[in-house]
Design a protein around this ligand. Structure first.
Ligand code: NAD
Ligand code: IPM
Ligand code: MN
Length: 364
């Protein structure tokens, strides 16, 4: 019998719908080639859901995600919903979705396509050999701790960074397991010289790795130093594990190793096989509606979906190969055209054309 999977699409706001459409078409192409069925359902999340339902995460969206085999998200947010007094925000819906599905481990691989070395603002010799994976804790820390909005007087507001031992243990296990399947090196990021939650993080990480992963080499790096090492010696890292906020910040920085925000995919995983797949970038209001957004981060997120939720490894690799071929053939969206502008071996294309080129290589 032909395997069949249910995929929920959450295009979201800004460039979200533009890049998700290219990923959906790519998934259809790969499904036809590898002989499985995909049933797509589209739901609202973020700003578009606030407009339609008055809430950033409608019950119906969460319920559909719970029934699905996997969820593919574009991005949420935009200036239209940035009013600090608003009772709901697009970003709240995304956080509630991650929490509601208990997706505590966010995998953000940073892979360098050799053709894009020149697209980065960093020197080629620094970038040689970069191949790292950031595992970001996704349902704890300062994003979810006790908080207080500023009152009418605008005098004080706070957020609290809280971690418990089980929250740290489970994400460290995911990271250490990934390291075991890669180069067996784990870098844990914290701010243990200042924060109590980081001292617990460091202690639990050391215990888990020493007890359960004695074959993994573990180093602890303070987050401020990490921000520096990430652009000084990026090739020296294998797997990096970090709490929620530190992981968020470091992965936007890491995107510049790969040349653009438009290149980094992610997978958010929990205990089961259900996963949420999304590019790490946002809704890019500055280029939304122009047809120039880079769809590759979302297309590569679809590859991660095939790998982690559907167990379709060959199909995942086929997408990754097709992306590499599209880049090798010289196709670039404007964000990849290079800091000094495109050279004549490069053809600058829009969102849809880039998607079409990837699908052409996929069917070739
Ligand atoms: P952003 O990631 O949307 O954009 C940062 C810069 O990168 C912009 O110049 C943008 O044009 C560029 N960029 C991003 N994705 C690109 C792509 N695929 N192709 C080409 N260029 C790309 O970050 P921001 O501007 O700080 O945030 C905009 C909105 O997105 C905010 O409301 C924010 O909360 C939201 N956001 C959402 C997510 C998400 O849904 N997962 C992630 C980050 C930010
Ligand atoms: C990301 C984004 C989100 C985060 C926002 C939009 C809530 O920046 O996915 O990296 O901070 O997790
Ligand atoms: Mn982010």
């Amino acid at each position: 019998m032909t395997p069949s999977y249910r995929i929920v699409l959450l295009p979201g706001d800004g460039i979200g719908p533009e890049v998700v459409e290219e990923a959906r078409l790519t998934l259809e192409t790969v499904a036809a080639r590898f002989g499985f069925d995909l049933q797509f359902e589209t739901h609202l999340l973020g700003g578009c859901a606030i407009e339609a339902y008055g809430t950033s995460l409608p019950e119906s969206t969460l319920a559909a995600c719970r029934r699905a085999d996997a969820v593919l998200l574009g991005a949420v947010g935009g200036p239209r919903w940035d009013n600090p007094q608003a009772p709901d925000r697009p970003e709240r819906g995304l956080l509630a979705l991650r929490k509601g599905l208990s997706l505590f481990a966010n995998l953000r691989p940073v892979r360098l396509f050799p053709e894009l070395l020149g697209a980065s603002t960093l020197k080629e010799e620094v970038l040689q050999g970069v191949d790292l994976l950031v595992v970001r804790e996704l349902t704890g820390g300062i994003y979810f701790g006790p908080r207080q909005e500023a009152g009418e007087d605008g005098h004080e507001a706070y957020d609290t960074m809280v971690y418990t031992r089980p929250e740290i243990e489970r994400v460290v296990r995911v990271a250490a397991q990934a390291a075991r399947e890669r180069r067996r090196k784990l870098t844990s990021v914290d701010k243990a010289n200042v924060l109590a939650s980081s001292r617990l993080w460091r202690r639990v990480t050391t215990e888990v790795v020493t007890r359960e992963f004695p074959d993994i080499e573990l180093e602890h790096v303070l987050v401020d130093a990490m921000a520096m090492h990430l652009i000084r010696r990026p090739a020296s890292f294998d797997v990096i594990v970090a709490e929620n906020l530190f992981g968020d910040i470091l992965t936007d920085e890491a995107a510049m190793l790969a040349g653009s925000m438009g290149m980094l995919p992610s997978a958010s995983l929990g205990e089961g096989t259900l996963g949420l797949y999304e590019p790490i970038h946002g809704s890019a209001p500055d280029i939304a509606g122009k047809g120039i957004a880079n769809p590759l981060a979302t297309i590569l997120s679809a590859a991660m979906l095939l790998r982690h939720s559907l167990g379709q490894e060959a199909a995942a690799q086929a997408i990754e190969t097709a992306v590499a071929q599209a880049l090798a053939a010289g196709y670039r969206t404007p964000d990849l055209a290079g800091v000094h502008g495109p050279d004549d071996r490069v053809e600058v294309v829009g969102t849809q054309a880039m998607g079409a080129v990837v699908r052409q290589f996929l069917s070739a």
